[in-house]
Design a protein around this ligand. Structure first.
Ligand SMILES: N[C@@H](CCC(=O)N[C@@H](CS)C(=O)NCC(=O)O)C(=O)O
Length: 235
């Protein structure tokens, strides 16, 4: 049995982390039995979620989880894709994970309203006297991470414009296809769908989300994936 370590369902999303969400989509796509466990970040081999425990084999990072499932469970997530489509999928995935993700982090963690109704609550589990300190330290670390990445050095309006271009690019690749690269979902949808769904999350107020929700094919894509992989969360 596979155990997927997650943050848990929040904000109407399968997980606040698009990487955890991606790993869960991959497991559901593959039709593998799994259970989830929250609160495992202290055990995380790379200090981040997601990671899995597959009968005693620990694999961290959504990309390497995918590679592990492909290898051990003989799953081909890219069935039928041409080399060109694989290249487009990879470029879209990396744009979502290494660029759009950080813009969404900025809007959730550093915009006061969103912080208060979002990540602030990640620390509700901590003893009350420690909560303010933990919140301060973790938020300061996220600010540093954004600065180190480089995106955090721009004005917020510039970060938002960059993220909007990412969403426009995904919408253009998607066009009128049901899935990123054709009539059936592939492994790239696990990543791109999770990132799009996270960016469009209506729980948070942000020009990034508003822009994404104004793109009809992106909204339909989000709803299609939610119905397919997380019907329990689909409205
Ligand atoms: N490249 C990793 C990224 C994972 C990642 O950034 N996880 C974040 C949540 S979105 C995390 O666990 N952060 C906790 C921390 O940095 O302490 C993947 O694809 O799994």
């Amino acid at each position: 049995m596979i155990t997927l370590y997650t943050f848990g369902r929040r904000f109407g999303l399968p997980d606040p982390s698009p990487f955890v969400c991606k790993a869960e989509v991959l497991l559901r796509m593959a039709g593998l039995d799994y259970r989830t466990e929250t609160g495992g970040i202290r055990k995380a081999p790379k200090g981040k979620l997601p990671f899995i425990d597959d009968d005693g084999t620990f694999v961290a990072d959504s990309h390497f989880i995918r590679a592990h499932l492909e290898r051990k469970h003989k799953i081909d997530f890219d069935l039928g894709l041409s080399d060109r489509d694989k290249a487009i999928g990879w470029a879209a995935e990396r744009m979502c994970e290494e660029h759009l993700y950080w813009a969404v982090i900025d809007s959730r963690w550093l915009v006061e309203d969103n912080w208060q109704k979002g990540p602030w609550h990640f620390f509700d589990f901590a003893p009350a006297p420690l909560r303010p300190l933990i919140r301060f330290i973790v938020r300061r670390q996220v600010k540093r991470d954004l600065w180190s990445h480089g995106l955090g050095r721009h004005a917020r309006s510039d970060i938002e414009s960059l993220a909007k271009r990412d969403l426009d690019a995904i919408a253009a690749i998607l066009g009128d296809k049901p899935w990123l690269l054709g009539p059936e979902p592939t492994g790239f949808d696990a990543s791109v769908w999770s990132s799009v769904t996270s960016a469009l999350c209506p729980h948070f107020r942000s020009p990034i989300g508003e822009h994404g929700r104004s793109l009809p094919n992106l909204v339909a894509y989000r709803d299609r994936g939610m119905k397919r992989w997380f019907p329990e969360l689909s409205s």
